[in-house]
Design a protein around this ligand. Structure first.
Ligand code: DLL
Length: 449
């Protein structure tokens, strides 16, 4: 039942999605000036940095000046944890979301009712661009909770006037049952869970055309075009990419539409996007750069020039599309070494903190991002005991303790292997290799897996 490649989905919000780019730029500039005034009035960290950059009022800045304005990044949020960057009064905050995985230093984002409006609106556009309509049934298998995936899609589907089935993740048998019984035409989940659902469908002997699925909106973690083909085939739908991050709003910052030519339309009337090089200098359209977002309209915790660490290419609107929004490519990678595993963000530094807190562990370890099976990405961690030799049962106790400590800190299960002393390879140049990717073939370290 997959949608034809030539379908042009309607615009949910024609004034915004189809605006004349010149008019949109004026709106962005107006909103940017308003944001700068709000930040200065609040007198917080961002105001301090703006003043240090010589900005006294919103009227001082134009969009063209943005590259010389200060930036923020994740460590700023950690430093001001939990709500040091909040702008709205506490009484205006209606909910909190955040990014999972960094149990030691979570990132929490306070939302006002106005922010939820913005979120619902950009998500409704994203779903509409994927072909969802008021008559759609949206099966939402992103996790519901602090993670923005479940509730973000949920708000958007309701705003669109569709029917949302709030499945959350897991319990795959029940997911298949309801996909069959409620005739969902839109599936939303992480791409790895979509692959898993496809496999479960096949194992249950159900043909994709017994389902009513037409389109799927998958994101929150990296996925390849190979995975796209696999998902499209196993579930019989068009698989589209959705991007977002809790710091900016959650899913809906950018999303592919049926007619966006493999790139993602950025909701740039709310989230102004730039791409910069390592030194923070703007890169031209088409060149890979780190995405930097300015939340033009958010009120709970607006951010001026938030450096995401995510690398992508920017481009103008898709030729011939009624959507006039700028687009971004699928993510090409990350600037730092943050891993996204099963939708959970994991910083290797967090893993290191757990390992090195245990006196039994030597400071030689290797974190392996195991993506041999795209449906079940795993984190494997090879460690060595400090002692020259350890009995088998001691090694097993150590393994068990580390799995528990890592789950408590990261919020995700890791497979730990205790190798014999000297088992973790040392680098010849002296610079430790702490991170490896395993997509097939031999394991990056002997004895793993
Ligand atoms: O993952 C928001 C989201 C939910 C997006 C559902 C799409 C669908 P965080 O948990 O804060 O928010 O993680 C944000 O995940 O900086 C990227 O590195 C990564 N990420 C998000 N979407 C994609 C994607 C949500 N489509 C971090 N492709 C971001 C690759 C993605 N990586």
């Amino acid at each position: 039942m997959t949608v034809e490649r030539s379908v042009v989905p309607h615009l949910v919000d024609p004034d915004a999605e189809g605006a004349n780019p010149e008019r949109r730029r004026e709106l962005q500039q107006h909103r940017l000036r308003g944001l700068v005034d709000r930040l200065l009035a609040a007198d917080g960290v961002q105001a301090e940095r703006l003043r240090a950059a010589g900005v006294r009022q919103g009227a001082d800045v134009t969009l063209r000046d943005l590259p010389r304005l200060p930036t923020l990044s994740k460590p700023d949020l950690w430093e001001h944890y939990p709500f040091g960057l909040r702008l709205a009064p506490e009484t205006d905050i209606v909910c909190v979301h955040g990014s999972s995985g960094t149990g030691g230093r979570p990132t929490l984002i306070p939302y006002t009712a106005h922010d939820l409006e913005v979120w619902a609106q950009v998500m409704a556009r994203a779903l509409g661009g994927a072909g969802a309509t008021r008559t759609s049934v949206v099966h939402c298998a992103y996790g519901y909770g602090l993670f923005t995936g479940g509730l973000g899609i949920h708000h958007g589907a309701i705003r669109l006037g569709a029917t949302v089935v709030p499945m959350s993740g897991g319990m795959t048998d029940r997911q298949l049952r309801l996909l069959l019984d409620l005739r969902a035409d839109v599936l939303c989940c992480t791409p790895s869970y979509a692959v898993h659902l496809g496999e479960a469908l096949r194992a249950a002997g159900i043909e994709p055309d017994e389902l009513a699925l037409r389109t799927g909106v998958f994101g929150a973690e990296p996925w390849t075009d190979g995975m796209r083909a696999q998902i499209e085939q196993s579930l019989g739908l068009r698989a589209l990419d959705i991007y977002g991050l809790s710091e900016v709003i959650g899913p809906g910052v950018a999303c592919e539409s049926l007619d966006s030519d493999g790139m993602l339309n950025v909701a740039e009337d709310h989230f102004y996007v730039e791409a910069v090089d390592d030194e923070g200098r703007p890169v031209p359209d088409g060149a890979p750069g780190e995405l930097v977002f300015t939340t033009l309209t958010k009120t709970g915790m607006p951010l001026l020039r938030y450096r995401t660490g995510d690398i992508a290419r920017l481009a103008g609107p898709a030729p011939g599309s009624p959507r006039t929004l700028r687009r971004m490519s699928k993510l090409l990678g990350r600037r730092d070494d943050m891993l996204v595993v099963r939708g959970v963000n994991v910083f290797p530094s967090e893993i290191e903190a757990v390992l090195l807190a245990d006196e039994r562990v030597a400071p030689h370890y290797l974190v392996v991002e195991d993506r041999r099976d795209p449906a079940r990405p795993e984190l494997r961690i090879a460690v060595e005991p400090f002692a020259e030799s350890v009995a088998v049962d001691e090694a097993e106790t150590l393994r068990h303790d580390l799995v528990g400590a890592l789950r408590a800190r990261l919020g995700i299960g890791c497979a730990v292997t205790v190798l014999p002393p000297g088992g973790v390879p040392r680098s010849e140049t002296g610079k430790a290799r702490r991170l490896a990717r395993w997509t097939g073939g031999e394991p990056p370290v002997r004895g793993l897996g």
